[in-house]
Design a protein around this ligand. Structure first.
Ligand SMILES: [Zn+2]
Length: 532
């Protein structure tokens, strides 16, 4: 039996939003046994917090650590941010369910977002994914959404058309067992083929399955550009028709001509809630986004999959038409061309697989193309052809005012949207989201109080994903905890993203230290969490 631990003299931020109070917390058998001032320390190990803040372990409500977690079960850059639970399977991308004929399709699809993915890293179902994580052990807890892409690839491949009634039923039949075995819900990625090829009726039917099984529907909506408001309305309509609870992914308005839409989006969300629709949202604390290079092309260019896209780029006429769409843009009712909004100079190459192109990591597209003596569009095509489309980019596209409006709103929770890919220069959000919220935004810019900041990282996501015994410091709750100093600070930048934060000293998962005195311990107390 493990000895109890009493953390003494902490400023306890309990996750409810209540003002911090000075006290002690006793950990016993992986749970919080007692909370209060002057606790009995008999038979317990003692850790003197010396006035540091003690909060529930942070929950990353939105990330893409699906593959990183399989490859490095300690997830050091997450643990060092104080994160104890992460939500994967976002934006339509999950590593399951893949019935045998669809394994290579899903493998290829996932590789686009996070680099070469092996056959053995794609799973028939959540149980397979869970076993691959829990058998060797994991440091942090994992909550998984089912990606819509996996369902569509298994049933329809990359076909760009509405699903038939039989196909919708087949997708529901694939989704339901995942939800029954613990998946938190379903995620849509309505700019990413094949999720983008779905029509509203399909989304409503899948949302009904989510509601029947008690899950949540998360959505990367069809547009975060000129059609943001219309896209949010579509998502609200899906939730209303199905009666499902919803989480709008990374609420933002991209491209200078579209700045200023967030307050209007918030009005839409508030109005939906007034009608009884249960909707909230996540957002990361940076004015830049990140995705894969293919997002610069229209979704229709990927109809039929990668080989069809490569054939289109080899055909001079189609290639010219795509170049025109990318650079001049068109508003086809879905996404607007990113490049037409922000220009090549605001796109940074952040993750490359092909060693021959690796030197371009960290460069802006305009500069990289000029150095090679080619046009930026031709460089994009080179990445598609020679890097298998597996190139990650960072897009400088958001306004601080919109970011502030989103991140301070009561319906907001923190999600990093990190795209971890070792050996690359990813968006710094993968390394700095949580300390950035607590340090620069809370302490320095005063966007929110400490208690409010912590609530957005703990109790609010715990409720959204039905993680019953987590997200609060209360007797009986699981002892997922983080101890940090008021000087907490992120150090990851766009230039040097791979930087650990400072000021987060100790992190516990189920009472076991995964970070102790600032160092990762290597312990693996995490689990794949179900609902409730
Ligand atoms: Zn997304």
């Amino acid at each position: 039996m493990k000895q109890d631990l009493v953390i003494k003299n902490a400023r306890i931020v309990d996750g409810t939003g209540a003002p911090w109070f000075r006290g002690d917390v006793r950990l016993s058998e992986g749970r919080i046994a007692a909370v209060g001032p002057g606790l009995d320390t008999e038979g317990a190990e003692i850790l003197d917090a010396a006035g540091r803040y003690l909060a529930p372990g942070f929950i990353d409500a939105h990330c893409h650590d699906d593959l990183a977690f399989l490859r490095d079960p300690t997830r050091p850059e997450k643990a060092r941010q104080g994160v104890t639970s992460i939500v994967v399977g976002n934006c339509s991308f999950s590593l399951y369910p893949a019935p045998e004929p669809a394994v290579d399709l899903l493998r290829g699809h996932f590789s686009g977002l996070l680099g070469e993915t092996a056959r053995s890293e794609v799973f028939a179902d959540l149980n397979g994914y869970r076993a691959a994580l829990e058998t060797p052990g994991i440091a942090l807890n994992l909550v998984s959404l089912v990606g819509h892409a996996a369902l569509r690839l298994a049933v329809m491949g990359y076909e760009k058309r509405a699903a038939t009634a039989a196909e919708i039923r087949a997708m529901q039949d694939l989704l339901r067992p995942q939800l029954r075995t613990g998946a938190a819900g379903l995620s849509l990625g309505l700019v990413y083929p094949p999720s983008a090829f779905a029509e509203t009726a399909e989304l409503v039917a899948l949302a009904e399955t989510v509601r029947e099984e008690g899950g949540v529907l998360a959505a990367h909506v069809r547009s975060y550009e000129a059609n943001l408001l219309r896209s949010i309305e579509e998502f609200i309509a899906v939730l209303e028709a199905a009666g499902a609870p919803g989480l709008l992914s990374h609420l933002q308005s991209a491209g200078r001509p579209n700045w200023g839409q967030i307050p209007k989006a918030l009005v839409l969300l508030e109005a939906a809630r007034a009608r009884g629709i249960d909707i909230s949202f996540d957002m990361y604390p940076y004015p830049a986004g990140s995705s894969y290079m293919l997002q610069l092309l229209p979704p229709s260019a990927q109809e039929g999959g990668m080989s069809a896209l490569l054939a289109r780029l080899r055909d001079p006429e189609t290639r010219a038409a795509l170049k025109q769409w990318v650079e001049q843009g068109s508003n086809d009712g879905h996404g607007q061309s990113k490049i037409s909004l922000i220009g090549w100079g605001n796109v940074m190459i952040s993750g490359v697989g092909n060693p021959a192109l690796k030197a371009l990591e960290g460069s802006r597209m305009d500069k990289a193309a000029a150095d090679l003596g080619i046009a930026p569009f031709d460089l994009l095509v080179r990445f598609v052809e020679e890097d298998g489309g597996q190139t990650a980019i960072v897009m400088f596209q958001l306004s601080e005012d919109d970011l502030h409006a989103a991140c301070c709103h009561p319906l907001h929770m923190v999600g990093s949207d990190g795209l971890p890919r070792p050996g690359t220069r990813p968006h710094p959000r993968a390394f700095g989201t949580f300390p950035r919220v607590l340090g620069p935004l809370r302490r320095d810019k005063k966007w929110f109080s400490l208690e409010d900041a912590v609530r957005r990282m703990t109790a609010i996501p715990a409720q959204r994903f039905s993680l019953g015994a987590r997200g609060l410091i209360r007797p009986g709750m699981v002892a997922d905890l983080v101890l940090f100093e008021d000087s907490v600070m992120d150090h990851a930048t766009f230039e040097e993203p791979v930087q650990a934060p400072s000021g987060i000293t100790d992190v516990w998962v189920a009472g076991e230290a995964v970070v102790a005195a600032g160092a990762v311990t290597g312990h693996l107390p995490g689990r794949v969490l179900g609902r409730g």
